[in-house]
Design a protein around this ligand. Structure first.
Ligand code: S3P
Length: 435
């Protein structure tokens, strides 16, 4: 049976919270530790379903993983040539990052593998990695003329490449860099706007020769990775729900501890600050090659703004909850250049416009974004999450400031990226209930 949650409006929010580990960094820590030589200890790994899919895939290829009582993992890496051919399909679940980054790794491995995933992932575009990896010499065939999963890879015998990606996508960039890592020569990826650079940072941290420059990144192939201990910060994409909650619910103050604030991910801070949000960065520091801070958020009067261009990839996963902030702001917010939202876990433009309309907000979908006329009081409603974790959590945040209860249908999807979201929400709110 589909699970539901009912959220009651909250009069104020208070507390100090820690959000789970960063999803993007967790995937990469598992992958690069598996490909390194030696033992890497990973602290703060996100135990969300997406990252567990990545972990299971590497275990299927012979990587040894030990778990400590405190939740740390010790991964014994196999080196660039040490993976074994998997004896079954690698199930990427709901995770685009698992599927696309693994494709880059498997393209360089001299064996046969098949990647598949859940009903949502099997609908998402994979031609964006299959095409360039095929150009590099991998033999890949898949459903829908090699554009969708399941697809099969016969890897090895790659050539280095220079690739101009039509989309600002860290998954595409990373897949090509990871393929390039396994061949002699330099592989270069150019992208229209800078996407998140966790791969470049962590590959360097593990000893790879990677250069970042404005417009892209390059990797020198066949440099072995050396095991490293990695501390994973809290996920700014998960923190985003509580940042918006703290801003829109009156009389609120929340301290979010240990959040990653990598500039390629911190568009949400720029956007909410430009909307008038009171967010302070405290105790900024660097951990395992990534910038980290504590974030203090207080209720604020928000105003609508225009969002587009280079800000979009820097906040790509936050648009569902940004649209909630916009509905509570005065004036108009226009989101453009964000057509990528249509090919996320679900079509997030359609899903958020439907959800906001159900709550009574004034919102119009655009081909590449949406227009929100803020300030209309929202009323509780019953809304389906469409099986998308970020849609479910965004609706929950919207519900905190609405009149009357909101029932969210299909809520277990939050396990994808944010195990413990519902109890945490319950802890900081005054009157939230779940059923
Ligand atoms: C991710 C990149 C982004 C993002 C996704 C995680 C990553 O996807 O939306 O949640 O870890 O590299 P795209 O590369 O498709 O933009």
């Amino acid at each position: 049976m589909t699970d539901t949650r009912t959220i009651t409006p909250s009069t104020h929010l208070r507390g100090e919270i820690t959000v789970p580990g960063d999803k993007s960094i967790s995937h990469r820590a598992i992958m690069f530790a598996s490909l390194a030589r030696g033992k890497s200890r990973i602290r703060g790994l996100l135990r969300g379903e997406d990252c567990l899919s990545t972990l299971a895939a590497f275990q299927q290829m012979g990587v040894r993983v030990e778990e400590f009582d405190n939740g740390d993992l010790m991964i014994t890496g196999q080196g660039l040539n040490g993976l074994q051919e998997p004896t079954d399909v690698l199930d990427c679940g709901n995770s685009g990052t698992t599927m696309r980054l693994m494709s880059g790794i498997l393209a360089g491995q001299p064996f046969f593998s098949v990647l598949s995933g859940d009903q949502y992932l099997r609908r998402r575009p994979m031609g964006r990695v299959i095409e360039p990896l095929s150009q590099m010499g991998a033999k890949i065939s898949g459903r829908d003329t090699h554009r969708k999963a399941p697809f099969a890879i016969s890897g090895g015998h790659l050539q280095p490449a220079t690739y101009h990606s039509p989309v600002a996508s860290a998954q595409v960039k990373s897949a090509i860099l990871l393929a390039g890592m396994q061949v002699d020569g330099v592989t270069t990826v150019y992208e229209p706007h800078l996407s998140r650079d966790h791969s470049e940072r962590m590959l360097r941290y593990f000893g790879a020769q990677v250069e970042s420059f404005s417009g892209g990144a390059a990797i020198h192939g066949r440099v072995e990775l050396t095991a490293q201990d990695v501390d994973i910060p809290g996920d700014i994409s998960s923190a985003a729900f509580f940042l918006v909650a703290g801003l829109i619910v009156p009389d609120s103050e929340l301290l979010l501890k240990n959040v990653g604030i990598n500039p390629t991910r911190s568009g949400i801070l720029d956007i909410l600050t430009a909307m008038g949000g009171d967010i302070q960065q405290l105790n900024t520091r660097e951990v395992s090659g990534e910038p980290v801070a504590d974030l203090l958020v207080r209720s604020s009067t928000l105003k609508g703004i225009d969002i587009g261009g280079e800000l979009v990839p820097r906040a790509i996963d936050e648009f569902p909850v940004i649209s909630i902030a916009a509905a509570y702001a005065t004036g108009i917010t226009t989101i453009s250049d964000a057509g990528e939202l249509r090919v996320k876990e679900t079509d997030r433009i359609a899903a958020m416009c439907d959800a906001l309309q159900a709550l009574g907000a004034q919102v119009t979908p655009l081909d590449d974004g949406m227009k929100i006329v803020g300030g209309t009081p929202l009323n509780g409603a019953t809304i389906n999450s469409c099986g998308d974790h970020r849609i479910a959590m965004s609706i929950a945040i919207a519900a905190l400031g609405a009149s009357g209860d909101t029932t969210i249908v299909d809520t277990s999807c939050t396990e994808t990226s944010f195990p413990g979201f519902w109890p945490l929400l319950n802890r900081i709110t005054t009157k939230t209930e779940s059923s």
